[in-house]
Design a protein around this ligand. Structure first.
Ligand code: GLN
Length: 506
């Protein structure tokens, strides 16, 4: 494991002068926002730089399902004319293509929704645009957010910018690639069982899954409704704090969205936590992990200790049941949520059906990919009479035990430090023949969704694999609504290590 920085384009204090950065798209979110606000950078130039980078790179990386050059240029002109203002004025952002937008399509990287045009915007899209952000494109995901690699995307996978023979992770793979490849400074993803944190870790960027209900899900195409959350993918912790600030808060359109006050994440993110207690759970530190993964955690322990933190051991005894529990709850909810795609209410409609049943059957057979069908079948099975108690009800009980584990652990620590994944980015095709192996790799992310707690992954170092350098992430999990604490701890780590300054050479 190489613990160090590579291809340094950034100085450690990342609010550098604009002139020091050769490429406009190298700017982090806050730097860029400030540069545009002060007139040093024109939003129009920024958008043009971003779109030309997409032109240059996306053939190879395929982060984007669609782009909106004209609309983006129009909004940039409004920013430059002083008409469009706000905390994100002029900043290009990418959003996952399962977030509804009235512009473009909302495909979920599925043939089922290939032509779907939403009549409304997701609340997070409204909030980004009200803050002045410019949505330049929508990113590739595993179909309906079901997957960990973007290999389930119907219109082609995204590729990891560190090694294009490897997956970027998923399901928000395209968003992580856009940020990692310096195409946009920030993106939104969604996380049902790790889909923000895992691709962020695989691509060497920051990914934050907020507490369930912190961010409105209105306009997020539902996968597992009791697990889904939208969150930021950025290159720095401060940038994640800013995006979370913009997208959080109550929403009349989502009754599950919390009306708890939104703390000042951006105001506090640079304040270290004195005498922090960092929990380590042996269940997450398996010998089966890639050695570089455990080495990154060992190193992070040292970094936190150097910052005055105390390390405490915590016990999460039900961790091993996380994957089976998740794959029952998530598929059960998915089978219900995806029932609406029948070719009549929503989605692809088959040609010349014989009758109504044939229309439903063929529309769904043609519209959904293999993994989505597998999950609909699994979910239907665990909810069917005779199996409901044995599977679904049991899973709900285990889910409670997992939540209880976390509640008990957070009595003793401010956050739990753990790997986001057992190994760094894998190769395309490595797990495609064995869905179970793919599911098992979600072990360190699904528990946070089952418990509803927030989690953040930040760059934790680099490793070598087959002559290529790959990023390794570390994860911090916190108690419900403790995003502020997580961000402050993550920022302490980032400031001390500067791992976030590593970037893929493209
Ligand atoms: N990899 C997990 C799955 O396949 C998580 C996906 C997600 O968070 N959307 O379901």
């Amino acid at each position: 494991m190489i613990i160090g920085r590579r291809s340094l384009n950034h100085e450690s204090n990342h609010h550098e002068e604009v002139g020091n950065v050769s490429n406009l798209t190298d700017h982090n979110l806050i730097d860029l926002r400030n540069a545009i606000a002060s007139g040093k950078v024109k939003a129009a130039d920024m958008v043009a730089a971003c779109l030309s980078r997409i032109e240059g790179l996306d053939q190879e990386l395929h982060a984007f399902e669609q782009t909106f050059p004209e609309r983006a240029a129009e909004r940039a002109a409004q920013v430059d004319a002083g008409i469009l203002v706000g905390p994100l004025a002029g900043v290009p952002i990418a959003v996952k293509d399962n977030l509804c937008t009235t512009f473009g399509r909302t495909t979920c990287s599925s043939r089922m929704l290939e032509q779907y045009r939403s009549p409304f915007n997701a609340t997070v899209v409204e909030k980004l645009e009200a803050a002045g952000a410019i949505i330049v494109g929508k990113t590739v995901l595993d179909e309906y957010a079901m997957g960990s690699s973007t290999e389930n995307a119907a219109f082609g996978s995204a590729r990891n910018p560190w090694d294009t023979s490897r997956v970027p992770g998923g399901s928000s793979g395209g968003s992580a690639v856009a940020v990692s490849a310096r195409i946009t400074p920030a993106a939104l993803g969604s996380d049902t069982g790790g889909s923000i944190r895992q691709p962020a870790a695989f691509c060497g960027v920051v990914g934050l899954k907020p507490t369930y209900s912190r961010v409105s899900r209105y306009g997020l195409v539902a996968y597992g409704s009791s697990l889904d959350q939208i969150g930021p993918i950025t290159r720095t912790v401060e940038d994640a704090a800013l995006l979370l600030q913009v997208i959080s808060g109550a929403d009349a359109n989502d009754s599950t969205c919390s009306d708890a006050d939104v703390p000042g994440y951006t105001a506090s993110v640079n304040t270290p936590i004195e005498g922090a207690r960092i929990g380590i759970a042996k269940q997450y530190m398996s010998d089966a992990n890639d050695p570089a993964v455990n080495a990154a955690i060992d190193n992070a322990v040292k970094v936190f200790e150097q910052q005055g933190a105390t390390i405490v051991e915590v016990d999460l005894p039900h961790t091993e049941y996380g994957v089976p529990t998740y794959y029952i709850v998530a598929t059960a909810e998915a089978s219900s949520n995806l029932a609406r795609y029948d070719g009549v209410h929503y989605g692809h409609r088959t040609d010349q059906p014989d009758d109504l049943i044939d229309l439903y059957a063929r529309s769904r057979a043609e519209g959904f990919g293999e993994e989505v069908k597998r999950r609909i079948m699994l979910g239907t099975y665990v909810l069917s009479s005779g199996y409901y108690d044995a599977y679904y009800n049991t899973a709900l009980k285990v889910r409670r035990l997992i939540k209880n584990d976390f509640d008990a652990a957070f009595q003793h620590c401010d956050a739990i430090l753990c790997p986001p994944t057992p190994a760094p980015a894998f190769r395309f095709g490595e797990h495609t023949d064995d869905p179970l192996a793919m599911y098992l790799a979600d072990i360190y992310t699904v528990t946070a969704n089952l418990a509803g707690i927030p989690g953040i992954t930040v760059p934790g170092g680099l490793t070598e694999a087959d002559g290529k350098t790959l990023p390794i992430g570390i994860q911090l999990l916190g108690a419900h609504f403790q995003e502020e604490k997580l961000l402050r701890l993550a920022r302490m780590f980032e400031r001390a290590t500067d791992f976030h300054a590593n970037q893929p050479s493209l």
